[in-house]
Design a protein around this ligand. Structure first.
Ligand code: SAM
Length: 243
């Protein structure tokens, strides 16, 4: 998979050299390229922004600079998926991550100031690219770089081979079961007077599975009633309904 990130702060993306995403880059599973938007500015000061039409505070990123950048990094023929992080976008979820992980080429356009001139996304759509304007949550950041990191980490770990044991991806929070994950424990079995639940030490596979499912249901009900409301009742078993 190829991913291009365009930003006026490319150094922000240095974290993509670390951990599993960094390893995926080194082994060639992920062809990830970071670009400085100012490379497409044409004036002496490498200007990328200007005052908003209609007045108001702040500056807006210029469409002509972004247009040249995207002409260079989006694939020809409308074959790319342009992601524009913005607090006014659809909220990014695991479903978006799953869809992005299937793409051959994703370009992430990191805004700053008051954001990117709206014609940039419009032009990419008109050229046939898929365009997703996505928010990582209901708060406002200073720029799209942190959002890009979040999204790349979320879809990057879904690429085959990135996470060593693919089974780790199966029972996670926000997976196919529509639940949060159960609580997890490791050694030592007793720590500062706190004991690991006995069932997890029992070696009894079916009891452990039931315990985990019950805790996942309880935790989801307590923390995310919206997720419980969205569960497919037909997919629940009798024991689930007793929790
Ligand atoms: N004026 C914009 C608004 O009110 O919708 C906010 C612009 S914000 C200060 C600057 C940039 O940060 C945005 O263009 C976007 O790239 C990024 N950003 C801020 N909050 C974000 C969020 N919750 N999710 C994704 N990107 C965000």
């Amino acid at each position: 998979m190829r991913v291009d990130v365009v930003s006026i702060f490319p150094d922000y993306l240095a974290a993509l050299d670390l951990s599993l995403v960094g390893k995926a880059r080194r082994t060639g599973l992920l062809d990830l390229r970071v670009h400085d938007l100012r490379g497409w500015a044409t004036d002496r000061h490498r200007t990328v922004d200007d005052t908003p039409f209609g007045g108001g505070a702040g500056m807006v990123m210029r469409p002509d600079v972004w247009g040249r950048a995207l002409d260079d990094v989006l694939p020809a023929g409308g074959a790319g998926h342009l992601v524009v992080p913005t607090p006014s976008g659809e909220v990014f979820t695991q479903r978006h991550a799953e869809r992005l992980a299937l793409e051959a080429h994703v370009v992430i356009a990191c805004g700053r100031y008051e954001g990117i001139d709206a014609r940039v996304a419009e032009r990419a759509r008109a050229a046939g690219h898929r365009v997703s304007e996505l928010s990582i949550g209901d708060y406002v950041l200073n720029g799209g770089e942190v959002a890009a990191l979040v999204m790349i980490e979320a879809f990057g770990r879904l690429l085959p081979g990135v996470v060593g044991n693919p089974h780790s991806l199966v029972e996670e929070s926000h997976g196919a079961a529509g639940l949060l994950e159960y609580p997890v424990y490791t050694k030592p079995p007793a720590w500062e007077g706190l004991e690991v639940p006995e069932v997890l030490l029992s070696g009894h596979h079916a009891r452990i599975e039931r315990w985990r499912r019950d805790r996942a249901l309880e935790r989801t009900a307590a923390r995310r009633p919206d997720m419980v409301a969205a569960l497919d009742v037909a997919a629940l078993d009798k024991a689930d309904l007793a929790v």
